[in-house]
Design a binder for this molecule. Structure first.
Ligand code: DOR
Length: 304
């Protein structure tokens, strides 16, 4: 028997596989038993109602998916009153992704989520590439990333706080160090990378907002490199995300220093992709005589 458990700060997950925010909802319970996942992760919740970005919001390319959804949603009150009871039907730990326009509203929302029964961790989405006016700014530089993290840490002292970083910055390791210093319990590496597709007939971008976040297998080597850099920069756990579709992909991320992985775009291709990843991880460890999946974390990092 392989022990699949992984620790992210004070939180122990039964296995290291969970959905990437925004690619998953409780309706997937019709397809498989969601309690087989290491954790559940919600679409980003915002303080107030947001309409989202102009249509079209999704564009498939030969290499992966571009999105500019713009975090539409009904706001935090609605989430707590209407969505939380749905989520609480499951036993797997619930990670609530949070996006906010200012440091103060990140802090307010974190305090409210910390007071909401059933929230196991907050994943602070400081890195959405599709919010012109705010969101993306926090993760682009160490100082705003640290300011948002420190404010949430103060507002929700006991609550596990994961911070989702951006690939659209020059020095992700510096941002990772800054959020660790500011009190993050883990970094999630990484959000989607800004891309573009153009309709040559109309000479217009294919997405309504122009640019969008790119995801899928073509992004995997970049995300893996970001995980590798962050894992060497911080002591807190790194959660890897970007183009993971198979058990072997997950093993690569763990070996690059991740303690857990998130699966996003692959679930659009096959809704049960996460289960295949869990099963393949277990088989890999059994074949290699590895008793605990946690032993894989950092196995490929340069030795100190
Ligand atoms: O690629 C993304 N799309 N990343 C986010 O953080 C949010 C999402 C959206 O709603 O645009």
């Amino acid at each position: 028997m392989v022990d699949l458990a992984t620790r992210i700060g004070t939180l122990t997950l039964a296995n290291p596989v969970m959905p990437a925010s925004g690619t998953f909802g409780p309706e997937l319970a019709q397809v498989f038993d969601l309690d087989r996942l290491g954790a559940l992760v919600t679409k980003s919740v915002t303080p107030e109602f947001r309409a989202g970005n102009p249509l079209p919001r999704l564009c498939e390319t030969e290499a992966g998916v571009l999105n500019s959804i713009g975090i539409p949603g009904k706001g935090l009150d609605h989430f707590i009153a209407q969505a939380m009871p749905e989520w609480r039907r499951f036993r797997a730990p619930l990670v609530v992704s949070l996006s906010a326009p200012t440091v103060a509203s990140f802090a307010d929302c974190a305090a409210r989520l910390a007071a909401t029964p059933g929230v196991a961790a907050i994943e602070a989405n400081i890195s959405c590439p599709n919010l012109e006016e705010d969101g993306r700014a926090f993760a682009m530089h160490p100082e705003p990333a640290a300011a948002a993290t420190a404010a949430m840490r103060r507002a929700a002292p006991g609550m596990p706080l994961w911070v989702k970083l951006s690939p659209n910055t020059g020095d992700i390791a510096a941002v990772a160090r800054a959020v660790e210093e500011a009190g993050a319990d883990a970094v999630v590496v990484a959000n989607t990378i800004l891309g573009l597709a153009i309709d040559v007939e109309t000479a217009r971008p294919k997405l309504g907002s122009g640019m969008g976040g790119f995801s899928g297998p073509a992004f995997k080597p970049v995300a893996l490199r970001l995980v590798w850099q962050c894992a060497q920069a911080v002591r807190i756990p790194v959660i890897g995300v970007g183009g993971i579709a198979t058990g072997e992909d997950a093993v690569e991320f763990l070996m690059a220093g991740a303690s857990a992985v998130q699966v996003g775009t692959a679930s659009f291709v096959s809704p049960t992709a996460m289960l295949s990843v869990i099963e393949a991880l277990e088989k890999f460890c059994a074949r290699k005589g590895i008793a605990r999946v946690a032993e894989l974390t950092g196995a490929a990092l340069p030795r100190a």
